[in-house]
Unconditional design. Structure first.
Length: 361
């Protein structure tokens, strides 16, 4: 072999090694000492801090900044950042915001190599956040919308979404507008209970026709957790679509309420961790999402919130196990809203909801 050929081979190998090293360096996030996490405020923030977020940051010498807020605010700021330098490293999004952010190219795909605990999350849930074989969220807690009712006022507890039409409940049913998350989820449950799909206009029309016949039973149209709690406390409403964890918390506080998972399927409201593109502390973001996806942190959060979680290894308390439906079998029955179909129709559905029930907007 000539000296020229040998030089070419050596040069080619060196170039290849340099390219490989550069690619590897680019794929390895820069080490930093900070992380910025967006969480819901109030009890949610208090619970997630106490469930292990603050301790993990302390143990790993990471400067933790927690920013209370909500999906709309965070999404607007991520969109303004355009996937470059995000103001957050991690935020908690509902499924509809995960879809919107992913479609806008604002989320970092998540890999088990970076977040090993992803492999311990229920596939039934995680599959909802996979697009083109890439995962864009780590599911965390699962609120299931079903039927809350006053145990001292309701003689016949409901079993199905359609039981809201029971004459026994006349003048004592409260339902929310689609502008509130519980209202949209209830509407999805109603469409499903009638054998339809939100994506099919004829099925939506059928649900609104059914809704119009609920006027005699409906007494109030709450648009917040506080409004729902007040209606139940006063006994103005005997029955209302609400989330399991919130109902069990009220029960724990002494209110005479209980919760039913509808036989035709509860509707899911999930809290999910995402990492924005351009997260300045990406290496720490991976570490924190992995910690938040652990069985230990999820159990601690479940104990405080009374919600089911997504890690298959969570050892639930006896109190929670006696009330909350958890596990692959239960989660496989959840109704998920097709937000790609629902969101563009939301304004029209809200108008039609008001017309059907004769309720003020």
């Amino acid at each position: 072999m000539s000296a020229i050929k040998i030089k070419k081979i050596v040069l080619s190998a060196l170039i290849g090694l340099a390219i490989s090293s550069t690619a590897q360096a680019a794929a390895t996030p820069e080490a930093t000492d900070s992380v910025v996490v967006g969480v819901y405020g109030g009890d949610w923030e208090k619970n997630i801090r106490a469930s292990g977020l603050e301790q993990f940051a302390k143990d790993n010498h990471i400067k933790l900044t927690v920013v209370p807020g909500a999906d709309a605010e965070w999404f607007a700021k991520l969109r303004a950042a355009k996937g470059r330098r995000s103001p957050y490293d991690i935020v908690v999004f509902q499924p509809d915001t995960v879809q919107r952010a992913q479609a806008a190219g604002l989320l970092q795909p998540l890999e088990a190599a970076d977040i090993p605990n992803l492999g311990k999350l229920y596939q039934t849930v995680q599959s909802r956040f996979v697009t083109d074989n890439k995962t864009y969220a780590a599911a965390f807690s699962l609120g299931q919308l079903g039927l809350a009712y006053r145990t001292d006022l309701v003689k016949t507890p409901p079993k199905s979404w359609l039981d809201l039409w029971n004459p026994e409940y006349k003048g004592h049913v409260a339902i929310s507008s689609p502008t509130y998350a519980a209202g949209l989820q209830f509407f999805a449950g109603l469409v499903h209970a009638l054998g339809g799909e939100l994506a099919k206009p004829a099925d939506v029309d059928n649900a609104f026709a059914k809704l119009a016949t609920l006027r005699g039973n409906a007494v109030a149209f709450p648009d917040s957790p506080g409004a729902i709690q007040t209606l139940l406390e006063r006994g103005d409403a005997w029955i209302v679509p609400y989330w399991d964890g919130r109902v069990f918390a009220l029960k724990q506080q002494g209110m005479k309420v209980d919760f039913v998972y509808p036989s035709d399927g509860p509707v899911v409201g999930a809290a999910n961790w995402v990492i924005p593109k351009g997260a300045p502390n990406l290496a720490n973001a991976y570490k924190v999402v992995n910690a938040l996806s652990s069985a230990e942190v999820q159990k601690a959060f479940s104990d405080k919130s009374l919600y089911g979680m997504t890690n298959k290894e969570v050892q639930y308390s006896d109190v929670l196990k006696s009330q909350v439906k958890v596990g692959e079998e239960a989660y496989s029955k959840l109704i998920w809203i097709d937000y790609r179909s629902a969101t563009p129709q939301l304004a029209d559905w809200t108008r039609r909801w008001s017309q059907s029930l004769g309720a003020a907007k």
